[in-house]
Design a binder for this molecule. Structure first.
Ligand SMILES: [Zn+2]
Length: 408
C-alpha cells in the first residue's frame, strides 16, 4: 500500500523549492531552483538505494532494478519546471507520484520482473526556452539536440549554456551520465487535469485516452489605410472588416462540429493602430484543436481555401506555423489503468487532454497512457492552482497499482 502521508510530505517538500510569497512557485527550466529540484530528487533516489542517471538534456532518472534487468524498464514521470507564476503541482505531482511508487516497492521489498525508472523531463513548460517538452521530445527522437540547445531565453542566455551548467552540477554530485535515449517498455504519466471535468464529476482520478492535435496559424489581412471619416463605404478596404468576415466564414464551417473542436484566436492586432485611421493590416493567430487528425486536415484545407478569397476587398495570407498530430494512447495501458482504478476506488471516467504533456512525445516510442487528478476550478499556470490531498493520494495509488501490473 502506497504511503499517502509520506507522498504528501514529498509534495510539500518539493513545493518549497522556488516557493513564492505568499503562494505559488517559480522554477523556470534550468534555473537555480529547477536545478535545485533535480538535486532534491536525486537525493531521494539515492537515499532509497536507487541508481540515479542524467542524460544529455538533463532529464533525471531514478532506477530500481527488476528480477530481469535485460528487460526494458517501465518509465513513470513528468516534469518539475514551471511557468513563471505557477502552482506547485503541474508536473511535479507526476514525478512525485512516481517517486511514491518507487518508495513503496523499495520500502516494502516488493519484487518485480522489469526495472522501474522514474523520470523528470527537462523544460516541459517552454516558459523560459520555447518550445517546451525539450527533454521528452529529444528522448523520443522528435526533435534535434542542436535545435533545442540553440533556443535563447529573454535575457539572451542560450539553452545549451544553461544546460551545461546543470549537467556539471549533476556530474559534480557523482550522478551517472547516460548520453543516449533508450526505448522504454511503457510510459505512464500522472498529471493535474488543468480543466474542470473531474471536479464537476466529483471523481478523484480520470483515465486519459489521448491528447488533442493542434494546428497553429498566423493570418494577415491586407487592406488600405485611409481617413476614417472621409472615405466612403464603397471605397474602403478595411482590414478589420476583412478579418471579421474571414473569421465568421471560418467559424461558420466549424459550428456544426462536435464539442471536441477548439477554435481560439488568442492574438489580434491592427496596424497602424490609430483611432481615426482605417486599418491597413489585421494580424491574428488561430489555435485549432481536435482529437481526430482527419477533422484537423479537413479544416486545414478549408482555412487555406478561404484564405485564397478576398474579404471586404482585402487579400489574405495564411501560414500554418505549427502542427502537432493528435495522440491516442495505448489501448492495452488504458485497460490496465481502468482496472487499476477499479481496484483502488471506483470506475474512473475517461477524458481527453486538451493540453500537451511529455506523454505526447513518448507515445511515439513506446506504449503510453496518462492519469489525471482534478484541480480546483481547473486552474493551473497560476498560484491559485490547488489540489485535494485525498484525490492526489488515490491517483498515486492507482498509478502504483498500474505499475505493479506492468512490471510483472
Ligand atoms: Zn505540466
Amino acid at each position: 500500500m502506497l504511503d499517502g502521508p509520506r507522498f504528501w510530505d514529498d509534495v510539500q517538500a518539493l513545493a518549497t523549492i522556488g516557493a513564492l510569497d505568499p503562494k505559488g512557485i517559480r522554477r523556470l527550466a534550468l534555473d537555480t531552483q529547477d536545478n535545485h529540484a533535480r538535486l532534491w530528487l536525486a537525493e531521494q533516489g539515492r537515499s532509497l538505494g536507487c541508481q540515479v542517471y542524467f542524460d544529455a538534456l538533463g532529464n533525471l532518472f531514478l532506477r530500481r532494478e527488476g528480477q530481469d534487468d535485460s528487460l526494458a524498464p517501465l518509465l513513470i514521470g513528468s516534469h518539475m519546471d514551471s511557468q513563471p507564476l505557477a502552482g506547485a503541482h503541474d508536473g511535479a505531482l507526476g514525478v512525485l507520484a512516481g517517486l511514491a511508487v518507487l518508495r513503496t516497492l523499495q520500502e516494502q521489498s516488493i519484487e518485480h520482473q522489469r526495472p522501474l525508472e522514474i523520470v523528470s523531463w527537462t523544460n516541459e513548460e517552454g516558459a523560459r526556452f520555447a518550445p517546451g517538452a525539450s527533454g521528452s521530445s529529444w528522448f523520443a527522437g522528435q526533435r534535434e539536440y542542436d535545435d533545442i540547445v540553440a533556443a535563447l531565453d529573454d535575457n539572451g542566455v542560450r539553452f545549451g549554456d544553461a544546460l551545461q551548467e546543470c549537467l556539471m552540477l549533476l556530474e559534480g554530485k557523482g550522478l551517472v551520465y547516460r548520453p543516449a535515449p533508450f526505448v522504454p517498455h511503457a510510459f505512464l504519466e500522472l498529471h493535474i487535469e488543468q480543466g474542470p471535468v473531474l471536479e464537476q464529476l466529483g471523481k478523484p482520478v480520470g483515465v486519459v485516452s489521448g491528447i488533442q492535435g493542434v494546428n497553429w496559424y498566423r493570418i494577415e489581412v491586407e487592406g488600405v489605410a485611409n481617413h476614417a471619416g472621409t472615405t466612403p463605404r464603397q471605397a474602403r478596404r478595411d482590414a478589420f472588416d476583412g478579418a471579421h468576415e474571414l473569421v465568421s466564414a471560418m467559424k461558420a464551417g466549424i459550428r456544426e462540429q462536435d464539442d471536441d473542436l477548439r477554435f481560439t484566436i488568442g492574438r489580434f492586432s491592427l496596424w497602424p493602430d490609430a483611432v481615426n485611421t482605417i486599418a491597413q493590416r489585421a494580424t491574428f493567430t488561430i489555435d485549432l484543436r481536435h482529437p481526430d487528425q482527419q477533422v484537423l486536415d479537413a479544416l486545414d484545407s478549408r482555412f487555406h481555401a478561404l484564405a485564397e478569397q478576398e474579404w471586404s476587398g482585402c487579400a489574405v495570407s495564411l501560414e500554418a506555423t505549427s502542427r502537432v498530430a493528435p495522440v491516442a494512447f495505448s489501448e492495452h495501458l488504458l485497460a490496465v489503468l481502468r482496472e487499476s482504478a477499479g481496484s483502488v476506488c471506483a470506475r474512473a471516467p475517461e477524458l481527453l487532454s486538451g493540453a500537451f504533456h511529455d506523454a505526447i512525445h513518448l507515445a511515439h516510442v513506446c506504449p503510453t497512457a496518462m492519469l489525471f487528478t482534478p484541480c480546483r476550478a481547473g486552474i493551473s499556470h497560476h498560484p491559485d492552482e490547488h489540489i485535494e490531498r485525498q484525490d492526489a493520494v488515490i491517483s498515486a495509488r492507482v498509478l502504483a497499482e498500474a505499475a505493479l501490473r506492468v512490471l510483472g
